[in-house]
Design a protein around this ligand. Structure first.
Ligand code: ADP
Ligand code: MG
Length: 244
């Protein structure tokens, strides 16, 4: 579903060249769940943003379901519709109800009629366990509920891939579980997922593979059992000592 070859993304930060993603290659099979780990500033978010066409690549390629993002003939906007993204901060539209949040892109991008988009929205709200909140405004929901709305909103577009960037990092601890449960259900249903998270339990239980980044480099790409028991790189070892 996803192929990444020799991906390089640099930033010019106050005159200093930062290799945020430094020659990374990997692939994700359809239905596979990857968890991306690494210290702050190691390039995890930039890597995800490259998968979503939100960053112009310096070099290398990202191919999703056969579409090469770097190909000038690729319509990046069309492609981005196939990839759902969920962020740490839920980015819901505050002046719209939950239902309106879920319907907007369906209307504008997918050109779905009112009945079709509302049916879709209600079905997905039920799926993430908040059907009764359809007519509330986001500010009236807890953080965990808002994040579940954000996931449902992404799913309305029927994405081929879901990307998660620290979806539980801004939540109070008692709400982390409800969001991870939704992600776990998606994984079990066969969604292809790339998740940046610090939730090691989720990584162990749900991931097919763990990627470990440091200074933009992909240092480990291994099944969780192997990664957690025998990390190969010293930096992965010291990272695990700090988080476990
Ligand atoms: P992570 O998500 O692992 O914390 P990021 O991908 O956000 O890491 O950042 C990787 C590196 O790239 C960091 O050194 C960060 O400062 C730098 N960086 C990220 N985005 C930008 C940007 N828009 N401009 C300049 N530097 C950036
Ligand atoms: Mg980040």
């Amino acid at each position: 579903m996803i192929e990444v070859h020799n991906l390089v993304k640099t930033f010019n930060a106050r005159g200093q060249l930062v290799r945020a993603v430094d020659n990374v290659g990997t692939s994700v099979a359809k239905g596979e769940v990857l968890v991306v780990l690494g210290p702050s500033g190691s390039g995890k978010s930039t890597f995800l943003r490259c998968l979503n066409g939100l960053e112009e690549l310096d070099s290398g390629s990202v191919i999703i379901d056969g579409v090469d993002l770097a190909d000038p003939k690729t319509d990046v906007n069309a492609y981005r519709r196939e990839v759902g993204m969920v962020f740490q901060h839920f980015n819901l539209f505050p002046h719209m109800t939950v239902l309106e949040n879920l319907c907007l892109a369906q209307k504008v991008v997918r050109k779905r009629g009112k009945a079709e988009r509302e049916d879709k929205a209600r079905a997905l709200l039920a799926k993430v366990g908040i059907a009764q909140k359809a007519n509330e405004y986001p500010s009236r929901l807890s953080g965990g509920q808002q994040q579940r709305v954000a996931i449902a909103r992404a799913l309305c577009m029927e994405p081929k891939v879901m990307l998660f960037d620290e979806p539980t990092s801004a939540l109070d601890p008692e709400m982390v579980g409800e969001v991870l449960d939704v992600m776990k259900t998606l994984a079990q249903e066969g969604m292809t997922m790339v998740c940046v998270t610090h939730e090691m339990g989720f990584a162990r239980e749900v991931a097919d593979r763990v990627l470990f980044f440091d200074h933009g480099k992909l240092l480990e790409d291994a099944p969780p059992a192997q990664f957690f028991a025998q990390p190969q790189d010293p930096r992965a070892q010291s990272f695990l000592r700090q988080v476990l």
